[in-house]
Ligand binder design. Structure first.
Ligand SMILES: *Cc1c(COP(=O)(O)O)cnc(C)c1O
Length: 457
């Protein structure tokens, strides 16, 4: 480390912090396909969307032209509690691997919710408050989004109703209690509190729940109660917009030291952290100013980009949400119980889907045992116990660094370390006991699920 000029951690001063989010759609020549109203098959209007989402968030969702959107001062103030997040040069990992590659990671786990999700949660809560709403509803799978939203809602004194996938509700009682500590009400999904929940329970009484099903319940709860709207922690364009804070900070920090990444890697569930991290860099690529290799990493058990189809699909099991064109495994796809709960969504952000379809981004899938091997190595040398989701990106970063070791190339790699894994110790336990399995869905399974895609002409 002696002759390196790059500090171990690169922080930004307050006056260097980004004051705007970056909207990558503004620089896309071919835009992502619009959300469709499932009843009419026509693009959703702002009016239609405003029954489900807050007005300002609808405006952001539909905004394809403004390159920058100012971050309101109230949100900037909240960001100060946990931002800027550190950009870390992984010197110890490089040494362990014996690679000539230079590895950087942007660490988003330094807040109580333990992940990047707080970046968007606080923005969504702010706009709900500004509209004078009583509260918001949402779903949570592994619990990170629900935790982040409950923190954001308590800050703005908003009611927060979380539908938590039943299996997580039972397996992750600590996450549940963090949410309740911040004042949220948490209901295991499917539940009998909504019509769609009762319908799903009648059909599948033993179901452990799924993200798609919890979304349907949360949307129903929002649209049937006065003064409530629904908020979503990933997938939507507005969420990628808020998460662009990750990429903006990374870019400012790297530019400050004259560092240019060759490869940018992120794990992809619904695509928000990856979309946020790559956005400003992708903007340069789209404008022809620079070139980067972007890699989305998904679990082999839920491979929407690498094995899904690019088509219009429902965002939820109950089919109450707008249709979105995306890489999807079908809204009825039930992923095997992979430990990376945050990566178990059947679809993918329409922005990332379109960029991937245009060949501007690559994707690969990794198996969970290999992911936990990477997580263990990272934890031991870099000192941070990573979330299983984040460890997908670590796996790919290590693989790329090992390639450099073979070729002697000194590539610069940047990856998103989205969060910490303290609430995932059952998963680490299974890995430590050598009892982790690598489930990969068969082609038949995927085809069966895709056969139920809505017919859009
Ligand atoms: C939710 C989550 C993810 C995946 O969500 P994206 O929207 O794809 O970013 C990744 N890592 C962590 C820690 C998460 O909580």
């Amino acid at each position: 480390m002696a002759n390196e000029k790059i500090p171990y951690k690169i922080y930004l001063e307050e006056n260097e912090l980004p004051k705007e989010w970056y909207n990558v759609r503004a620089d896309m020549k071919k835009k992502p396909a619009p959300l469709l109203n499932p009843a009419t098959g026509k693009p959703c209007t702002a009016e239609e969307l405003s029954h489900v989402f807050c007005d300002e968030l609808v405006a952001q969702e539909l905004n394809e032209t403004d390159r920058f959107i100012a971050i309101p001062q109230e949100i900037m103030d909240f960001y100060k509690m946990f931002r800027p997040s550190p950009l870390v040069r992984a010197y110890f990992l490089e040494k362990k691997l014996g690679t000539p590659a230079k590895i950087y990671y942007k660490f988003e786990g330094n807040n109580t919710s333990g992940s990047h999700k707080l970046n968007s949660a606080i923005a969504q809560a702010y706009y709900a408050k500004k509209q004078g709403l009583k509260g918001v509803t949402t779903e949570t799978g592994a619990g990170q989004w629900g935790t982040a939203l409950s923190m954001a809602c308590s800050y703005f004194d908003l009611d927060c109703k979380v539908y938590m996938v039943k299996v997580s509700y039972e397996q992750k009682p600590f996450r549940r209690e963090v949410m309740r500590t911040y004042g949220a009400s948490v209901t295991p999904s499917p539940s009998t509190t909504t019509e769609v929940g009762r319908k799903i329970l009648a059909e599948f009484p033993d179901t452990n729940g799924s993200l798609g099903c919890a979304i349907s319940e949360a949307v129903e709860a929002a649209t049937t109660q006065e003064g409530y709207r629904y908020v979503l922690g990933s997938v939507l364009a507005q969420v990628l917009l808020h998460q662009s804070i990750i990429g903006m900070e990374s870019k400012i920090a790297m530019d400050k030291y004259g560092i240019k990444p060759d490869i940018i890697i992120g794990c992809a569930g619904g695509g928000s952290n990856l979309g946020g991290l790559i956005s400003p860099f992708m903007g340069e690529k789209l404008r022809g100013e620079a070139d980067y290799q972007f890699i989305a990493v998904e679990p082999a058990s839920c491979p929407s980009l690498t094995r899904g189809t690019y088509a219009y699909d429902f965002c939820d099991t109950g089919k109450v949400c707008p249709l979105q064109k995306m890489y999807t495994l079908g809204s009825g796809f039930m992923p095997s119980p992979n430990h990376a709960g945050g990566l178990r969504y059947h679809g993918m952000s329409s922005i990332l889907s379109e960029l991937y379809d245009q060949g501007l981004m690559e994707a690969r899938s990794v198996e969970q045992t290999a992911v936990f091997e990477a997580a263990e190595m990272f934890a031991r040398v870099e000192g941070i116990l990573p979330a299983p989701e984040s460890s997908h990106a670590i796996r790919a970063a290590i693989d790329e660094a090992l390639k450099c070791k073979e070729t002697g190339e000194e590539k610069t790699i940047l990856f998103g370390l989205t969060g910490t894994g303290y609430f995932d110790m059952y998963a680490y336990g299974a890995f430590n006991d050598g009892k982790m399995s690598d489930y990969i869905p068969s082609d038949e399974e995927i085809q069966k699920s895709l056969a139920n895609l809505p017919k859009i002409d």
